[in-house]
Ligand binder design. Structure first.
Ligand code: MSP
Length: 503
């Protein structure tokens, strides 16, 4: 089976922050999980380089938009490996192949009869690059995202006939009830559609030159959102030189996006694909905001928390874990250095790290590192169906719930240590067999949760599985009882303690 997952492409008007890292981490968990299942995976991320947000930022800095884009695209490109992201390609919308793809596809949309000339009159947010409808406006004339005064725009440009897709979009939502996930976001998107669709600007005229030229009207560039959305498709045409991956990887399985860009992905995007005669994606997965002091973190608001500081001090896996654990994926939630530290200490260092250290230390102490053989294992019923549940939850975009299902077993293993008290069993020669069973159960339980956690904590899982001499992290190996660890060494702490708060 093939599996395609994407992040939004990030605006290059500033530096990457935790909000961007969040979407990339979520997409990476899905990509890694599907590779574990043996799927043929394509994971795409990249940068959105045209349009007003970038042109305005460049103007402020006194550099050309291309120079600003080149500089910041590098920073986003470097962010992916720093996050442990296993993306298969990194697209830049200034790539000549992408630009040619945009021109070809939008020409097809026009040839199919879905483009016409019109005049736009209304509100516009240059930071969102979004034409706001009257009911999206805050306090009469402000942007609900940036809280800045919107500009009043009136210009002649090309329009995409979104209104022609009202019925087809409603049919799509009826036929594919999980097209948008989670369900609350689906309802939001459907309500927007049912509220009545208006045609939308497809190009910008004289006011903006930084974009992909409209092939049938060279004085215009395409409105940045249409250029940007098409990245998901054009990337497949040139990610591998000389090979067209569209047959293999289109339609995408999951586009993961933040709630601020729901309208573009859940409404414009499927309509645009229909207009171009292309299949629509299987799911749009919408997440909420990571909040600091109640506000969305964003470059323009300037209240960013630096993911790099956390990675440097605590390792990338702890950041991945924290953002998916502390905020239920799909909803909004506050993040803070204090909450990070709390999760790190109590869950990564204590629940999981200590479990691994204790189990390995006990096998070394009581059995000279040899794991008792035989399949007399306890806790089978606790692990029964777990891998299936985790996979099913990830398939519904429930990344936090899947992680909680695994963590419940981490806690179960810790309770089992206390219940069994191997240090007492070791003192009683008559209970030698029970000690064997307890140690074998703990080693197998530890191995199983580690395989299940591999998508979330890839570096830690690889290290631990290697130390257990059981590097197989395929989904078959995620079944309790599937492994055969024969020996363990004493392990160094997986998540060392830190004294001071993170920067
Ligand atoms: N360029 C557009 C996307 C085009 S996709 C065809 C864009 N870029 S962005 O850089 O502004 O945002 C990219 C993603 O980061 C969005 O999904 C957005 O929701 C996410 N986040 C930015 N700040 C965020 C938080 N504070 N919390 C969670 N995610 C947020 O939009």
């Amino acid at each position: 089976m093939s599996f395609t997952v994407t992040t939004p492409i990030y605006y290059v008007n500033g530096a990457p922050h935790l909000g961007h890292a969040y979407t990339t981490i979520a997409a990476d968990v899905m990509a890694r999980h599907h590779r574990q299942r043996g799927d043929d995976v394509f994971f795409l991320t990249g940068t959105d380089e045209h349009g007003e947000p970038v042109a305005l930022a460049a103007e402020k800095l006194g550099v050309t938009p291309q120079a600003l884009a080149d500089e910041n695209a590098e920073r986003f490109k470097a962010l992916a490996p720093q996050l442990g992201a296993s993306n298969d390609f990194f697209i830049r919308t200034t790539d000549p192949e992408h630009k040619a793809g945009v021109q070809r596809l939008l020409q097809a949309v026009k040839d199919n009869g879905y483009v016409e000339l019109g005049r736009y009159e209304g509100w516009y947010c240059p930071r969102c690059a979004d034409f706001k409808t009257e009911n999206e406006v805050e306090d009469g004339s402000k942007c609900p995202v940036h809280h800045i005064e919107l500009t009043r725009e009136s210009e002649e440009n090309w329009f995409f006939k979104l209104s022609a897709f009202q019925a087809r979009l409603e049919a799509l939502y009826a036929e594919q009830p999980d097209f948008v996930l989670p369900p609350a976001r689906r309802n939001e998107a459907l309500a927007f559609i049912e509220g009545g669709l208006q045609d939308v600007s497809l190009s910008r005229g004289a006011k903006l030159q930084w974009g992909v030229q409209v092939p049938w009207d060279p004085a215009h560039v395409f409105y940045v959102w249409f250029d940007a959305l098409l990245n998901y498709y054009t990337a497949l045409e040139y990610a591998v030189p000389g090979e067209d991956l569209t047959q293999r990887f289109w339609p995408a399985d999951f586009h993961i996006v933040g709630k601020d860009i729901l309208k573009f992905h859940c409404v414009f995007w499927p309509a645009l694909l229909m207009a171009a005669g292309l299949p629509v994606p299987r799911h749009i997965l919408v997440h909420g905001y990571l909040l600091m002091d109640g506000e969305k973190m964003s470059k323009s608001l300037g209240n960013v928390l630096d993911p790099f500081a956390i990675i440097e001090r605590f390792g990338v896996d702890s950041l991945r874990f924290y953002v998916l654990r502390d905020v239920a994926f799909g909803g909004d939630g506050s993040v803070s250095p204090a909450a990070f530290e709390q999760r790190y200490e109590t869950e990564l260092a204590n629940d999981f790290g200590n479990l691994a250290s204790r189990v390995s230390a006990m096998v070394v102490k009581y059995r000279d590192g040899a794991v008792p053989a035989g399949d007399a294992l306890e806790l089978r019923e606790d692990f029964d169906g777990l891998a299936g549940e985790v996979a099913a939850r990830i398939d519904r975009g429930e990344l936090t719930q899947a992680l909680e299902a695994i963590w419940a077993r981490v806690r179960r293993l810790n309770r089992y240590v206390e219940e069994q008290a191997p240090w007492k069993l070791a003192k009683d020669p008559a209970r030698r067999e029970q000690l064997d069973v307890a140690l074998a159960t703990l080693v197998e339980g530890l191995r199983t949760v580690t395989v299940l956690l591999a998508a979330y904590l890839p570096a830690t899982a690889a290290r631990l599985l290697a130390a257990l001499g059981a590097p197989d992290d395929s989904w078959a190996a995620a079944a309790f009882g599937a492994g055969a660890v024969t020996a363990v060494d004493r392990l160094a702490p997986l998540f060392p303690k830190h004294d001071a708060a993170p920067a």
